[in-house]
Write a protein that binds this ligand. Structure first.
Ligand SMILES: Cc1cc2nc3c(=O)[nH]c(=O)nc-3n(C[C@H](O)[C@H](O)[C@H](O)COP(=O)(O)OP(=O)(O)OC[C@H]3O[C@@H](n4cnc5c(N)ncnc54)[C@H](O)[C@@H]3O)c2cc1C
Length: 427
């Protein structure tokens, strides 16, 4: 049986402190006070069991089809999410009342790491959008009705979610988005558009960030659950990308789209803050989901260069090669340590914005470095579409751009270091 044994997880839940979603950071901190996470060794036997179970699903239901999906330019999100949802993997940290496993964030990291065994970046990214990008704010701040309508089926894998933050004119500068949601009767009327929406063509609902009043940019936004079949939503052509080929990416336009005002997540006007909190999970998740893949690329390169001969010896025997691979492995372990420390603090309820930004910055850079260095040792084969390293070289280029570019991460870290100059006042 592939699914995670539910009784096994009740046992885990009884032993671990359940994160109380919906109560925010301070309650979260209080609940976890007594638990001192072992940050050096984040995973217990239960985490490993969860990973093993997901690993089997990946081997049976995902990896055999990845090449075909990459070729097609889209993977069947509903089909794959249903399998993941049935087995419990789409809601490991989500509340049990809505079908989640109610476990702490270390389990989300375990799942993300295992997803790194998928032979592409596109499918893990799409899963991450569902579990750690489009739904954390809803789980934490949304009303019971909203969670029943949107969160529960997302956890079950019955629906596909997407996240609508970036726009054609506003990516890094989230505060400057232009999409509006204006009150009319009991509804909001939405106008504007979103860009780069992962899962956009297959999604049933969007976690939308829109301006709901004319106040200052950090207080005028709300997150809204937007059903994607609403009248006035138009999907433009599929964006043709250099990597993440099997993940569908849409540009979306809204023209007088009506949605009930009750679909707002939490408090109106708090959307920017909620999104910034939601970004922390996105950034830790991004680092976790790539760790395993980086190790797999290094290992595959060791195997290849052990076999491949040049000048009468295996390529791996050149000191420049095995030393470089050792350096990369060291960097991966350093990233792992930073990530586990960050996650340890996060489950204690601490503000991890600085560390999560560091993880995101480092994984973006390391993803490029590992893929590029390893590809070099595959020679001409590395330049073909027949080996995984070339796909990951293309896929991982995104990490330094999406979910906050490297420079945005550096700006956040600088803010915490008190070195970021103040923006000049507008005259
Ligand atoms: C494949 C893909 C999938 C995506 N999925 C989603 C999704 O599902 N939902 C969603 O909302 N968004 C998504 N995005 C959008 C992504 O988050 C943005 O592309 C990203 O935030 C950067 O925004 P931008 O592309 O508008 O770049 P811009 O904001 O135009 O920035 C361009 C470049 O300028 C530099 N830069 C920016 N700010 C600074 C600064 N302060 N200092 C110095 N340099 C700076 C950086 O190098 C940056 O890469 C996706 C993007 C891609 C490509």
């Amino acid at each position: 049986m592939l699914s995670v044994c539910r009784s096994c997880f009740s046992a885990i839940r009884n032993r671990l402190t359940i994160i109380e979603h919906g109560r925010g950071f301070s309650a979260h901190a209080a609940v976890n006070e007594a638990k001192e996470p072992d940050t050096a060794q984040l995973f217990t036997q239960e985490h490993k069991e969860l990973r093993r179970s997901l690993g089997r699903l990946i081997e049976q239901d995902i990896n055999p089809y990845v090449d075909e999906w990459e070729e097609m330019g889209q993977f069947p999100a509903h089909e794959v999410f249903k399998k993941l949802g049935q087995a419990g993997f789409l809601g490991v940290t989500k509340p049990t009342e809505y079908g989640g496993l109610g476990l702490d964030y270390t389990y989300s990291v375990a799942v993300a790491e295992e997803l790194g065994h998928i032979n592409c970046g596109g499918v893990p990214m799409a899963i991450g959008v569902q579990t750690d990008m489009a739904t954390p704010a809803l789980a934490r701040f949304g009303s019971d009705e909203l969670k029943k309508q949107f969160l529960e089926p997302s956890i079950a894998g019955d629906v596909v979610a997407c996240l609508g933050v970036s726009e054609a004119g506003a990516g890094s500068d989230v505060a400057s988005i232009k999409t509006t949601a204006v009150k009319k009767g009991d509804d909001y009327v939405i106008n504007g558009g979103k860009m780069w929406t992962t899962n956009g063509f297959q999604a049933d609902w969007m976690c939308l960030l829109a301006n709901t009043n004319e106040g200052p940019p950090h207080q005028n936004k709300s997150l809204i659950c937007l059903p994607m079949d609403a009248k006035g939503i138009n999907l433009s052509k599929r964006i043709d990308k250099m990597g993440m080929r099997c993940s569908d990416t849409a540009q979306i336009f809204f023209e007088d789209v009506h949605v009930p005002q009750s679909y707002v997540v939490g408090e109106e006007g708090q959307g920017f803050t909620y999104q910034m909190i939601q970004f922390q999970e996105e950034r830790m998740w991004a680092a976790a989901s790539i760790l395993q893949t980086l190790q797999n690329i290094i290992q595959a390169t060791i195997e290849y260069t052990k076999e491949r001969q040049a000048f009468g010896q295996p390529i791996l025997n050149n000191q420049s090669v095995h030393f470089r691979l050792a350096e990369l492995e060291t960097e991966v372990e350093l990233l792992r340590s930073l990530l586990y420390r960050t996650v340890g603090l996060y489950v204690q309820g601490q503000d991890v914005t600085k560390f999560a930004s560091m993880c995101k910055l480092k994984v973006g850079r390391l993803g490029r470095e590992v893929a590029d260095s390893c590809l070099q040792y595959w020679g001409g084969m590395g330049f073909t579409n027949e080996v995984l390293v070339s796909r990951l070289y293309r896929d991982f280029r995104l990490i330094s751009i999406g979910g906050g570019a490297d420079e945005v991460m550096l700006s956040i870290i600088c803010k915490y270091m008190n070195t970021l100059p103040k923006m000049p006042q507008k005259k």
